[in-house]
Design a protein around this ligand. Structure first.
Ligand code: SAH
Ligand code: SF4
Ligand code: F3S
Length: 455
C-alpha cells in the first residue's frame, strides 16, 4: 500500500470540500468515486495534489465563502502551483472565469453539466501545468455520467432531473444549474439496480423539482408517479424517498403514491417559503396558502401518518408583520416536523433582487428567530409523541458519540428522523433494518432500544 507521502509525490491524490444541497453532495460522491477508479487516493488537504471546492450560491455571500476557502487552500498548500485547484458547482457557474485570478491556484471550473467530463480534465491538467479549462456550458439534455462501482452505504442518492424551470423570484438555481432536463427512466433504473446490487437498501431520488420530472422536452415521457412505481419494485429495495418536491407540481397521482407504493416513506419535504398569499404571489411560487393546506390535507388522507418538513424564507422584500404571522399560522396548522429557514438574501440576476421595499436585516433576523422558536416547539412536541412507539430504523452507520463498552448506531425511522440505538454487540450493523422501541426524544433526534431481530 502507498503511504500518503508517496501518493502525494505521484500526484494522484485529491481532497474535496463540499457546500450546498444534496445534489452537490451526490456530485461530490460521484467525482470522488470516479477519481478513485482512476487510481487517485483521497487525502487531507495538506497532502492533496488536486483540491476540489464544490460550491453553492443559493444565499448569503457565497462568493466570500469561496474566497475564504481558496485562501485557506493557499495557506495550507503554501500556494504551490503544482496543486490543481478545481472550483465546481453553482459558484463556478455563477462567477465563471473571474475565479481564474492571477494569484489563485484555480485552473479548472466545472458546472453541473460539465461534471461528467471533470475526471478526464483533472488528469489532463495535472499533465499540463500551464493549461486552464472551463467546463461551464449547459447541455441540451441530461448529461449522463459514467457509472461508478464504489459502494456508498445503505442509502443511495440517484439524480433524476437536473436544473429547474420555475424561476422563483428569489432563486439563483435556474441560472446556476440551468434549465430543467430529465434523465431517461432506463438510465435511472439501471443506476438504482446497480446501487441496490452494491448493498443499498434505500433510494433517495434527487432533483431541484422532482415532481416536474419529464415535463420538459428532453424527457422520455415516463411520469414521476410511474417512475416511483418502477423504482419501488426493484429487488432489494426497502425504502424509497425523494427530494425536493414542489407544491405546485404535485399531481394527484403523486399524492396517491403515498397510499399505494408501500416502499415510499411517509415523509415529504414540501417547501412552503411563506404562508402569505401576497408574498407567495411575488415570489412566483404559483400556489397560495389554501392550495398548500389542501395539498397537506390530501397527503395525510393518502397516508395518515405522513410527516411533512419545509423550507421558509423570512423577510422577503415587502413582507409585512401580518404576512409573517400568516407564515407562523400555517406552520402550526401543517405541524412540520422540521424546517430549514433562512433570511432572504439578494441573489444576482433574480427578480427579487430588483424589488423595492427590502426588509431590514434586523427585522428579518428577529422574524427568523421567532419562526425557529416555533419550529423547535413543534419538533419537540412531535418527537415527544413518538416515545413509547415501535418502529423500524435503517442503520446508516455509527453514532458520533460512543458509550463505553457498547456501540451506538445511527439510523432513520420511516419519517426521516435520526434515531440512535445502543447495542451490546461489537459487529458492524450498517445497512441493517432494526425493529426498535423509541425510549427518549432529544432536540432533533430520538433514542431507542432494540425490539426484535434485525434483517
Ligand atoms: N428546489 C428547492 C430548493 C432550492 S434552494 C425548492 O424549490 O424548494 C433551497 C432553499 O433555499 C429554498 O427552498 C429557499 O427556502 C432557500 N433560498 C433560495 N434562495 C434564497 C434566497 N435568495 N434567500 C434566502 N433563501 C433562499
Ligand atoms: Fe429555486 Fe424555485 Fe426552482 Fe426551487 S423551484 S430550485 S426555489 S427556482
Ligand atoms: Fe446550492 Fe446549487 Fe444546490 S445553489 S442549493 S448547490 S443547486
Amino acid at each position: 500500500m502507498l503511504a500518503v507521502a508517496d501518493v502525494a509525490m505521484n500526484g494522484k491524490s485529491f481532497h474535496i470540500i463540499t457546500f450546498g444541497c444534496q445534489m452537490n453532495a451526490n456530485d461530490s460522491w460521484w467525482l470522488a468515486s470516479s477519481l478513485a477508479e482512476r487510481g487517485f487516493t483521497r487525502t487531507g488537504l495538506e497532502d492533496a495534489r488536486v483540491v476540489v471546492l464544490n460550491t453553492c450560491s443559493v444565499r448569503e455571500k457565497p462568493e466570500r465563502k469561496v474566497a475564504a476557502a481558496l485562501a485557506e487552500v493557499r495557506r495550507v498548500t503554501g500556494g504551490d502551483p503544482g496543486v490543481l485547484v478545481v472550483v465546481a458547482g453553482c459558484v463556478a457557474q455563477q462567477m465563471g472565469e473571474k475565479l481564474f485570478s492571477p494569484e489563485s491556484q484555480v485552473r479548472l471550473l466545472v458546472g453541473s453539466d460539465g461534471l461528467a467530463r471533470a475526471p478526464e480534465a483533472i488528469e489532463r491538467l495535472l499533465a499540463e501545468p500551464q493549461e486552464r479549462c472551463c467546463l461551464l456550458d449547459f447541455s441540451v439534455g441530461y448529461e449522463e455520467r459514467k457509472a461508478v462501482r464504489a459502494a456508498a452505504g445503505p442509502v443511495a442518492q440517484v439524480n433524476i432531473i437536473q436544473g429547474c424551470d420555475n424561476f422563483c423570484a428569489y432563486c439563483i438555481v435556474p441560472f446556476t444549474r440551468g434549465r430543467q432536463k430529465s434523465r431517461r427512466a432506463e438510465d435511472i433504473l439501471e443506476e438504482c439496480r446497480a446501487r441496490l446490487d452494491g448493498g443499498a437498501r434505500e433510494i433517495l431520488l434527487l432533483g431541484q423539482n422532482v415532481n416536474a420530472y419529464n415535463r420538459d422536452r428532453q424527457g422520455d415521457g415516463t411520469s414521476f408517479a410511474s417512475l416511483l412505481e418502477r423504482v419501488a419494485t426493484l429487488p432489494g429495495l426497502v425504502r424509497l424517498r425523494y427530494v425536493t418536491a414542489h407544491p405546485r407540481d404535485m399531481r394527484p397521482e403523486d399524492v396517491a403514491a403515498f397510499g399505494n407504493v408501500p416502499a415510499l416513506c411517509p415523509r415529504l419535504h414540501l417547501p412552503l417559503q411563506s404562508g402569505s398569499d401576497n408574498v407567495l404571489k411575488r415570489m412566483g411560487r404559483k400556489y397560495d396558502s389554501r392550495t398548500f393546506l389542501d395539498l397537506a390535507r390530501r397527503l395525510r388522507e393518502a397516508r395518515p401518518d405522513m410527516a411533512l418538513s419545509t423550507d421558509i424564507i423570512a423577510g422577503f422584500p415587502g413582507e409585512s408583520e401580518k404576512d409573517f404571522e400568516d407564515t407562523l399560522a400555517i406552520m402550526e396548522t401543517c405541524e412540520f416536523v422540521s424546517s430549514f429557514s433562512f433570511c432572504y438574501s439578494d441573489r444576482p440576476g433574480t427578480r427579487a433582487a430588483l424589488m423595492p421595499d427590502k426588509t431590514a436585516p434586523t427585522v428579518s433576523l428577529e422574524r427568523l428567530s421567532r419562526l425557529q422558536a416555533l419550529q423547535d416547539a413543534l419538533t419537540r412536541r412531535l418527537l415527544a409523541d413518538r416515545v413509547g412507539r415501535k418502529t423500524d430504523i435503517l442503520i446508516e452507520g455509527r453514532s458520533r458519540r460512543q458509550p463505553p463498552g457498547k456501540t451506538s448506531w445511527r439510523g432513520r425511522d420511516p419519517y426521516g428522523v435520526v434515531v440512535n440505538l445502543v447495542l451490546e454487540g461489537q459487529g458492524d450493523y450498517t445497512g441493517k433494518m432494526a425493529p426498535v422501541l423509541i425510549t427518549r426524544a432529544k432536540r432533533h433526534s430520538l433514542a431507542a432500544e432494540p425490539a426484535g431481530d434485525m434483517w
